[in-house]
Write a protein that binds this ligand. Structure first.
Ligand code: 0O2
Length: 210
């Protein structure tokens, strides 16, 4: 157990630090009084049982966990709109306190399950009493609708141990489609609101010039 505590300590530290930093980004948008592309942020260290399960499934030897398991430290950033995801990914790419090492776009290429999300794998330096240690972490960036679907599917997946009865499978696929359409509708509504805002701002400016 002590060995796991030692192994997981830098991951725990990274998650705590990243929570503060990524939530801080939202705070900065609020200060600017501009729309925040970040709605909320969560983070967790993968439980030992899940690490062992995944290592077993993927054939990762325990001594290779550091290099081969990218989501022992996992963060999630939830956005209101699909367009916000690109903005958040760019913000991450431009940071100097982490290095983006890999990106997986499950939005343009959704998974067979119906899962949609944008994954960014980072290398993050943790300062310890023994010096700097760089760890891998995964940041999942998704809309509220994508998160809703993934959370429910994940819970059901535990219940059915990953093998869904065909009717549930079909309903999950339909729910994934519905979540996709919800995101599309919301983007259209947002576009119209922004157009209307631009129109009224311009009208106000013209009036002031008169
Ligand atoms: P947990 O409980 O979230 O920690 P693979 O696992 O082979 O698909 P890989 O290489 O591990 O892929 O990385 P990937 O696909 O970028 O990220 C895996 C993580 O993405 C999962 O972690 C989930 O969090 C999420 N994810 C991927 N596919 C699905 C899906 O179909 N449904 C849901 N709900 N989430 C998914 P873990 O390790 O599964 O678990």
């Amino acid at each position: 157990m002590k060995q796991w505590d030692l192994f997981l300590a830098p991951y725990k530290q990274a998650v705590e630090e990243l929570k503060i930093k990524l939530k801080g980004m939202r705070g900065q948008f609020e200060l600017d009084s501009t729309h925040s592309p970040i709605e909320f942020v969560t983070g967790r260290v993968k439980p030992i049982a899940s690490i062992l399960d995944k290592a077993n499934q993927k054939g990762i030897p325990l001594e290779r966990l550091e290099e081969e398991m990218q989501d022992i430290a996992g963060m999630r950033m939830m956005c209101q709109f699909v367009d916000d995801i690109r903005i958040v990914v760019n913000l991450l790419r431009n940071r100097h306190d982490l290095e983006v090492v890999e990106e997986r776009d499950y939005i343009s290429h959704k998974k067979m399950s119906g899962y949609r999300s944008y994954h960014v794998v980072i290398r993050y330096p943790v300062q310890t009493i023994h010096g700097e240690k760089k760890i891998l972490a995964e940041i999942q960036i998704r809309t509220l609708a994508m998160n809703f679907w993934a959370t429910i599917e994940h819970t059901l997946s535990y219940k059915y141990e990953g093998i869904f009865p065909s009717d549930i499978q079909m309903r999950l696929q339909r729910a994934a489609e519905a979540a996709f359409r919800l995101d599309e509708e919301m983007s259209l509504i947002r576009g119209e609101i922004q157009e209307a805002q631009a129109f009224f701002t311009r009208k106000k400016e013209l009036k002031q010039e008169e």
